[in-house]
Ligand binder design. Structure first.
Ligand SMILES: CC(C)=CCC/C(C)=C/CC/C(C)=C/CC/C(C)=C/COP(=O)(O)O
Length: 293
């Protein structure tokens, strides 16, 4: 036989003020063994409004719908201390993940603002802004695309053409992937950024991931794998990629996570290019331009 689980001021839960006086007689469901009445009321409570607000509040806190999504420490109630049902414990995990992500985001925004020392002329390192903008141009898509096309037109060896054709493919793939992700994520650029970049696409109003960072990582990995360079030059290539990434945050163009993910994405993009390596053997049509008569 089920019995009332809780009482308020000695009154069993579910017994309203009026009902406690009118039906508080032995044998009535609300008294002592009146468990039938509680069952009846708890069934009713899910369908009809309850007269007593205290009972309604308590019942609401019992409800799994009410508990779901609430943080356990911030939800004191009758069930405090008792182990939560399995379903609720599983629901708590996304909250912790959410809190972790929100904390990461807060640190990201805070750090990005701190590092954005060249975001404006009046910023603490505002005088370094022209240098940062020079770095920006060194990683812009237009010079890289035009430079590659120019070298391709001047190249007189098959090996050189093959490498340059793949660099062109890499740059276009990068533009496509970055535009796709920017369009999907739609993260706004930091508030302290001045939108004075030269030649941007419409998706470049978004900041995640940094297109300059992806290009820097992709191009430097490409160069390290396909050009024979002395060690100091190889170090310089890697340094350029990292400094360019840092300069994006210093200029206020990006948050730290935009650049970190950008560098990672660019590094991975090279693996795709390497896997799909274009050559006169597998895609002869791309090299038909250079077929000597
Ligand atoms: C020349 C060929 C073969 C094709 C041209 C394709 C094309 C549409 C090129 C556009 C290049 C362009 C404008 C790139 C934008 C670069 C940029 C401003 C990226 C933003 O970088 P971020 O680090 O601020 O995210």
């Amino acid at each position: 036989m089920p019995s009332p689980r809780r009482s308020v001021e000695g009154r069993p839960l579910g017994a309203s003020a009026s009902s406690s006086s009118s039906s508080n007689s032995p044998g009535s469901p609300a008294h002592g063994g009146g468990c039938n009445r509680f069952e009846f009321q708890s069934l009713l409570s899910s369908r009809a409004p309850v007269a007593d607000p205290t009972c309604a509040r308590l019942r609401a806190s019992e409800s799994p719908v009410h508990r779901r999504g609430s943080f356990p420490l911030a939800a004191p109630g009758p069930s405090q201390g008792a182990p939560l049902p399995e379903e609720d414990r599983m629901d708590l995990n996304p909250s912790f993940l959410g809190i972790a992500l929100r904390s990461l985001l807060a640190i990201d925004l805070w750090l990005s603002k701190k590092l954005g020392v060249c975001a404006g002329e009046s910023s603490s390192w505002g005088s370094g802004r022209p240098l940062m903008k020079l770095l920006e141009i060194s990683g812009h898509g237009i010079p890289w695309l035009l430079g590659t096309l120019y070298c391709l037109s001047r190249s007189d060896s098959w090996a050189g053409r093959e490498v340059l054709m793949n660099l062109l493919f890499a740059l276009l793939l990068d533009l496509l992937l970055v535009a796709l992700i920017k369009g999907l994520v739609r993260r706004r650029r930091p508030a302290h950024n001045q939108m004075d970049m030269f030649f941007t696409l419409s998706v470049d109003k978004y900041s995640f991931p940094s297109g300059h960072a992806t290009r820097a990582a992709l191009v430097s990995r490409f160069i390290l794998n396909h050009l024979v360079l002395a060690i100091p030059l190889r170090v310089l290539v890697v340094l350029w990629a990292f400094i360019l990434g840092l300069s994006r945050v210093m200029l206020g163009r990006h948050n730290v996570t935009d650049v970190a993910f950008g560098l990672f994405l660019g590094y991975m993009q090279y693996s795709i290019v390497d896997y799909c390596w274009l050559s006169p053997h597998n895609v002869p049509v791309l090299f038909v331009l250079w077929n000597e008569p």
